[in-house]
Design a protein. Structure first.
Length: 320
């Protein structure tokens, strides 16, 4: 377990207002570490959707989350609240309008669908009012309406964090994935590897109520070579272009074996990254004998098992 912990802020850009300058998109960072750090690269944990960094700290039934497991394995760990979420301040005058508050039914649809075949690792209730579902939903707020701006700020603050702490391994979940892609794009020399757990996708994902990934993996434009003048130039695929930085770090895309989201999005995202010049591997947990996981595999009943292939991949593909 972690024996040291603390927190700090990645400040937001200053903007003038009638009452003075305010920060736009400050990012809260909580860190934890063992007494002796034994791994060369810290791990940065980026939450998904309308969630917050607490998604990595504990599970809906009260067990320690992935953050503590990483620390117990000898990693320094940084857990962020993306700008506008959790302990990172939100105000509509600087970050724009909020989307709808996440309902219990939406939380169930994403993480505990009643009719998901084989999804056994959410052994708790799946309806509004059920204890563990409400523990999860209580920490979920909303997605910001302006996905292009929100993702751009996420990527900028994450890149600034890397400038402070040095080369790191980024681990994202769900709608936190674009922040990881953009940080790799902006600061490839500071990203040792990326683990995208159940990442938002597939490429060019466009479903009402969720951010449209008009640039393939993101709603905001990445740096491409050769550059493009308009998004329509890559509307049918990346073609002969590369996403800057994607050839600088290995990527692992992880999906739950019983996740309808990850099983569709994961392979397509790995293929897209490889076509964009990267080196991505897709891992379905079921192929490693870890059965019954859905979209929330980082905090499901067997979360101590779901992290094992990630730890192995970091040891071999990143540190090895």
């Amino acid at each position: 377990m972690a024996s040291r912990r603390g927190h700090f802020w990645v400040p937001g850009a200053l903007e003038p207002t009638g009452t003075g300058h305010v920060q736009k998109g400050a990012m809260y960072v909580e860190w934890l570490a063992p007494e002796t750090v034994t791994h060369p690269f810290p791990v940065v944990l980026v939450h998904g959707g309308g969630g917050q960094g607490t998604d990595w700290l504990s599970t809906p039934d009260g067990r320690p989350g992935w953050a503590y497991r990483f620390a117990s394995e000898g990693f320094a760990v940084y857990v962020v609240d993306r700008p506008g979420y959790g302990r990172s301040p939100y105000h509509p005058s600087v970050l724009g309008a909020p989307g709808d508050q996440t309902s219990s039914e939406t939380a169930s649809f994403l993480f505990a669908p009643p009719d998901a075949a084989g999804h056994t690792q959410w052994p708790w209730g799946r309806s509004a009012g059920d204890a563990e579902l409400e523990q999860l939903a209580a920490g979920m707020s909303f997605l910001l309406d302006d996905a292009e701006q929100s993702q751009r700020i996420d990527g900028q603050r994450l890149a600034s964090l890397l400038e402070r702490i040095g080369p790191s391994i980024i681990v994202t979940h769900s709608a936190g994935a674009p922040a990881g892609w953009l940080a790799l794009n902006a600061q490839p020399s500071l990203v040792a590897g990326v683990v995208a757990v159940e990442p938002m996708g597939p490429p060019y994902f466009d479903v009402p109520g969720f951010p449209s990934l008009v640039w393939g993996l993101t709603a905001t434009p990445p740096i491409l070579e050769p550059p493009v003048a308009d998004v329509t130039e890559i509307a049918d695929g990346i073609g002969n272009r590369r996403i800057v930085g994607f050839d600088d770090a290995p990527v692992l895309v992880v999906a739950g074996g019983s996740s309808p989201f990850g099983q569709v999005a994961g392979p397509a995202i790995a293929t897209f990254i490889n076509e964009a010049g990267g080196a991505a591997t897709f891992l379905s947990l079921a192929d490693r004998g870890i059965e019954g996981n859905g979209h929330g595999l980082i905090f499901e009943a067997n979360s101590e098992k779901t992290i094992e292939p990630v730890l192995e991949w970091i040891t071999t593909a990143v540190e090895g």
